[in-house]
Design a protein around this ligand. Sequence first.
Ligand code: G3I
Length: 375
Amino acid sequence: MMNKIAKLSLITFSVCCFLSCNENKAKQETTKETTTLKDAFKDNFQIGVAINQHQINESDTTSAKLIANEFSSLSPENNLKWMYIHPQPDVFNFEQPDKYVALGNKHNMQVVGHTLVWHSQLGEWVNQIKDSTEMIAHLENHINTIVSRYKGKIDDWDVVNEALNEDGTLRESIFLEILGEGYLERAYKLAAKADPDAALAYNDYNLTKPEKREGAIRLVKQLQAAGAKIDGIGMQGHWSLNGPSIEEIEESIIAYSELGIKVMITELDITVLPNPWDLEGAEVSQNFEGSEKMNPYPEGLPDSVQVQLAERYEEIFKLFLKHEDKIDRVTFWGLNDGNSWLNNWPIDGRTNYPLLFDRNQNAKMAYDRIVALKK
Ligand code: G3I
């Protein structure tokens, strides 16, 4: 028979075990609650977010806190594009870009510059340039003025954005028209001269499509052969619930990494809405505005789709972790679902749910799923 003292010791011991288990559970719960995106992946890659003008101005405190706490890298959604930063040949507008850079430096974040040379969102005056001498002078002035101003403050530049067609050939643009293929080499050499320490990247979408991937590989090899500095390739991750496949993404990460450069996932968002090209025989230019079929979740995302989105983000981040040695950064193209450009593209006025934070700025199931990968 167990004597009273032994019984008392056993009870005391059991109570202590119970309390410490609960304490550990509580700690785990606390740890779970305090883990942020940037902390979860700090040993793997930077976690970035593209921010808009209101977020640059910190006009909403909840957004400002989320940006500072959850992310280790910043990208400017629009404010450093040519039409805003260099609206006239002899006019530079640095007010917002300065605030953007200051915000990133304040929070000791990696600061990305997007983008120096792009056929879209140009100052209209650029499209009127007629001869190569004039274009060279303006390109030199544009890149020298901007990159040297942010020397040591912007860490990575998307020097050229979206220079390729879907078949991998060079896209028609005012730069190609006036300067020929050499405009790319010229842009990268100008950027490297203005800030030798900044990492220089080429950025584009659909870079998992074989033809376009071959075009991007050709472009990088040509820059390398010409002695231009190219440190990375930005795979914009404007993906959907069903594509591109994990295999296509993996094949591309490996192929770009084999060029001896870093891979960045620069504009990650996952649309949950159908698009015209998903519809058999649909003409993309056909006006689908107001169509219920194309805007199925105006009042909220069904749980079943929330789960699909979480599973899609989880499989993508499992792949990123598998290739963490090749990936420098994963940037989300927007902070919360309400900010996303996908609410208005390719059809205006839709309600999309492509990001990790919802319209109330709360973390979604997808957020929990990817953070749980690091538990
Ligand atoms: O600034 C004007 C504002 O004054 C006006 O009231 C408002 C309504 O017309 O438009 C505002 O300009 C909009 C701008 O974003 C700033 O919000 C433009 O209409 C709109 O077209 C522009 O869209 C941006 C788009 O690039 C332009 O192509 C998106 O926000 C931005 O997310 C998107 O980002 C691009 C990347 O730079 C490159 N990769 C693709 C990605 C998605 O297109």
